[in-house]
Design a protein around this ligand. Sequence first.
Ligand SMILES: *Cc1c(COP(=O)(O)O)cnc(C)c1O
Length: 406
Amino acid sequence: MSTLHDTQDQLVGRYTYALMNTFGPPKLALVRGEGATVWDSDGKAYLDLLGGIAVNSLGHAHPALVGAVTEQLTTLGHISNFFTSPPQVELAEKLLSLLGTGGAPAQGKVFLANSGTEANEGAFKLTRRTGRTHVVVAEGGFHGRTMGALALTSKAAYREPFEPLPGEVTFVPYGDAEALAAAVTDATAAICLEPVQGEAGVVVPPDGYLAAARSIADEHGSLLWFDEVQSGVGRTGIWFEHQRAGVLPDIVTLAKGLGGGFPIGAVVGLGRAADLLEPGNHGTTFGGNPVACAAALAVLRTIEDDGLLAHVSALGAHVRAGLAAEPRVTEVRGHGLLIGLDLAAPVAAHVVVAAQDAGYIVNMPTPSRIRLAPPLVLTQAEADRFLADWPGILDAAWAAAETAGA
Ligand SMILES: *Cc1c(COP(=O)(O)O)cnc(C)c1O
């Protein structure tokens, strides 16, 4: 069975028989990637403006990532958490240093996991060690699919088939400091927020919201937890999105972009949250394994060495301006290369198809929203190629919607 030489239809057909139908049929069968480009099994190239959903920070097959993973895997691949290894210690130290202020590393401790939902699961357990159980989260927020993280996720369609979920969780409108203040009590263990809501379609809160969350948490002795699984690690043009507001959280969770495509997640507990989990409280077999840590270190070093934060900020502003110049786009949001836009009509599904036809991968978080989260190494020339084709993609999408009777 030479999978590599199957056509799109053959691979998708085989997928349908062999894999659970949790994601719907795959839109493409991809066989290769380089930089911000991926190729399907029929040889067609696509500019990947989704980056594995904000994961492929260094694009595809980046030599620094491939080199670090290869070297670590051929040196020491897995050892269990009875033991430690240099990449694990170095990664934890590096994360604390990047989360620090004024040149000093953050006072905190790191737990390494394998995914975003697992990082959030660990953080959720950590909040229980305060002796309180109530958590306040935002409507539109997405925190993952395991039972605990799902309990914090607002979308009814994700939650309802699996209720009852762990409580007690209060949902408040995102960006509304008054609603947050009204929901938090002295029984609240934590406030958990994305500093920018990713899955909701890149929703940026009003200025002052994160600072208000900090003071509300302080007033009630609650922990402030920022889920930076999507927004963290340079995606928005700074290391962590909450640093834009200058607000210091008690917990930060990370995953997606951290490993550049290698699965890894992290819980960072700062201040009093650093020592709430004690021996026996939590664990993982794979979390913090040397290969994943080497991958994350390669990502962090490359972002630093190649000046990618400045590149991401500048290119993001350029792309947002280009997208906003199109009259069928009613709003463009985001920072750096986490970009969301609203369309004048609910034709996002047609935009995804038209973009794919034209050789671009984009994502629709809602029927009228498009999200872009391309590799941080996307070049200006690649971005400009997309912006030049953007009006034509919208023409095709609007025409298809009309044909479909939308
Ligand atoms: C994707 C995401 C998660 C879940 O991460 P997985 O690796 O898919 O489990 C959690 N929080 C946020 C903000 C995310 O974007």
